[in-house]
Design a protein around this ligand. Structure first.
Ligand SMILES: [Zn+2]
Length: 160
């Protein structure tokens, strides 16, 4: 958390802005970044397992650690032809995930960024977890970037 809508919206917005400079971030590659941005929340599969009467929270919690999320990205990247690129794109998404999560007011100890080297939890404690203003703001920013990039692209077409 913040909820996956925010993670995906921020990942998309970032890619769309970076694409002005790095055309490699085409829609297909952007999709990978977006997938990566929700990887750490693979932990939420535990909710499904809980419904089936299994308590897997402790196991799946590993995904919400940078090391677990990057491992998952490494495994997922094996499915792609260009493994290195896929891994980098997924990792980019994962980094945006933890960057956003760091802003949250944490109920626990914060995020163990350097696990297993250190058990120190990090958090900036700025935003409450259930603030939907953030979701709406993230979507509005994404929408503005979308219209702006379309406008830029149209102008480019006119010039060339
Ligand atoms: Zn998270």
């Amino acid at each position: 958390m913040p909820d996956w809508v925010v993670h995906v919206a921020v990942a998309w917005t970032l890619c769309r802005i970076l694409r002005f400079k790095y055309p490699q971030l085409d829609p297909a590659n952007t999709a990978l970044v977006m997938v990566g941005s929700v990887f750490p929340d693979a932990i939420k599969i535990s909710i499904l397992f809980e419904l089936m009467g299994l308590d897997w929270w402790d196991y799946l919690h590993a995904f919400h650690l940078p090391i677990g999320a990057f491992l998952l990205a490494g495994i997922a990247a094996l499915l792609f032809k260009e493994k290195k690129t896929a891994f980098l794109l997924l990792s980019m998404g994962i980094i945006t995930h933890f960057a956003l999560d760091l802003l949250l007011i944490q109920l626990g100890n914060g995020i163990y960024l350097f696990y297993p080297i250190s058990w120190m939890g990090f958090s900036l404690n700025l935003v409450p977890n259930d603030d939907y203003v953030i979701t709406i703001a993230a979507l509005l920013v994404a929408l503005s970037v979308y219209f702006f990039s379309r406008w830029v692209e149209k102008r480019r077409l006119k010039i060339t």
